[in-house]
Design a protein around this ligand. Sequence first.
Ligand code: HEM
Length: 156
Amino acid sequence: MRIATALLLASLLWIAGCASAPPAKDALYDGLGGRAGIEALVETLLFRVSDDPRIAHHFKDVDIINLNDRLVEFLCVQSGGPCSYAGKDMAEAHKHVNIAEADFNALVEDLMWAMDQRQLPRATQNRLLRRLAAMQRDVVRRGPPPPEAPLLPPQP
Ligand code: HEM
């Protein structure tokens, strides 16, 4: 009887211990270097993007401090880190930005460059890229591109 009570007590303590343990972290968050690694990665990425003639124009009127903070939170959550994201969802955040597929690919190239600069292992890079690729349909505009310039009136 005593042994049974001791076993019951031990298993209750074990369950309580599990319940109070922090949630298991995703390996991707650790692979990115935790919060500090993500902050460094986002800083490197935003510098690169603002210097990239293919897409820099999209960011010229943007509150870059806010974008930096939201991106850090977003990548932290997406990689399984202990953060919360206070920004808009991807479709809402980008619906007025008019992003073409080529713009998306340019940003992915810049991110790959930034991850190389931070010396992140290829396996970690690929895990992050896979997660972001799944968001492409929310970020890239649907439908035909807007006209480049107003049409000239017909010649008299
Ligand atoms: C999977 C890819 C992408 C992710 C995860 C992402 C993530 C984000 C996040 C978290 C925000 C902040 C939203 C907020 O302030 O509430 C944001 C805003 C923004 N993103 Fe992206 N983004 C992606 C692709 C792109 C691309 C390809 C471009 C353009 C080339 C772009 C341009 C912008 C701009 C201009 C804003 C600021 C919008 C504003 O403040 O009005 N994003 N993005």
